[in-house]
Design a protein around this ligand. Structure first.
Ligand SMILES: Nc1ncnc2c1ncn2[C@@H]1O[C@H](COP(=O)(O)OP(=O)(O)OP(=O)(O)O)[C@@H](O)[C@H]1O
Length: 247
């Protein structure tokens, strides 16, 4: 459904993504992991054409995203920090987004209702708490029933009840066969929501396989311990590289 082909991205002298090759298939839910600054958001933004790579391409349903904006309508994106016009009210924001997508009439209002956003449609965006802005972003990501959901640290800043609501929604969408890509530093959450693990380290894809094989390869039954093992290995590989560089 999404093919990342030989993507290379530099910011100045920093090689953030080196020759990335990844495939994302419908019906799977992918945990995109890696240390701070390892390039997770950059990869997501390249898939959304919000950042241009230095080389390589992304195909969505077999079609290059270059010079193509139509594919974006298949993706629901929840950014790490949602930025909205300050004076716009929640209701106006929803209407504006609905006007941009006139082909869709059957909105998914599950999260709007579950988060109680329907009772605060008159509130201007600049008056909202961080968590409420996050709820608005979540509601928008799901509203147009996209086949692909890309969620960048979706539960950051949400209260525990809202976290459960969002996690249950993600699970329902996954069961309905959607492609889901989630970045998070909360491993328990990724364990609950995903079946595929991608670990990025120093600009490279260090691990890319099912959660089952992650557990097999590391010999660990618990997801968080398996990831901890992977992190140790990535650091060792790095130490070896550094040692070799000094020889
Ligand atoms: N617009 C930009 N200009 C320059 N450097 C950037 C830009 N965007 C990202 N970077 C750098 O690219 C690297 C990867 O950043 P990115 O936000 O993709 O990491 P991340 O894995 O999502 O991090 P985190 O876990 O902290 O959210 C970082 O070193 C960051 O400083």
């Amino acid at each position: 459904m999404i093919s990342v082909r030989h993507i290379h991205k530099k910011f100045g002298k920093l090689d953030v993504l080196k020759d990335f090759e990844l495939e994302f298939q419908a019906g799977n839910s992918y945990a995109l992991m890696g240390p701070n600054g390892s390039g997770k958001t950059t990869l997501i933004k390249i898939i959304l054409a919000m950042v241009l790579p230095n080389s390589g391409d992304v195909l969505v349903n077999g079609q290059s995203i270059k010079g193509n904006t139509a594919y974006r309508s298949q993706i629901g994106y929840m950014p790490q920090i949602g930025r909205y016009p300050d004076n716009m009210r929640i209701g106006q924001l929803f209407s504006m987004m609905q006007d941009i997508r006139p082909e869709i009439k059957d909105y998914d209002m599950d999260l709007v209702k579950a988060f109680g956003l329907d009772t605060m449609l008159d509130k201007p965006m600049h008056t909202l708490s961080g968590g409420t802005r996050q709820k608005v972003s979540a509601a928008l990501a799901f509203m147009f029933r996209p086949a692909i959901l890309i969620l960048d640290e979706p539960t950051a800043g949400l209260d525990p009840i809202a976290v459960e609501v969002l996690k249950n929604k993600i699970k329902r969408e996954r069961e309905a066969g959607k492609l889901i890509l989630i970045t998070s530093h909360i491993l328990s959450e990724l364990e609950e929501l995903t079946n595929q693990a991608i670990y990025i380290f120093e600009g490279e894809v260090f691990f890319n396989d099912s959660v089952e094989s992650l557990k097999d390869i590391t010999g660990e039954n618990k997801f968080s311990t398996a990831i901890a093992r992977l992190m140790e290995w990535s650091l060792k590989k790095n130490t070896k590289k550094t040692e070799l560089a000094h020889v």
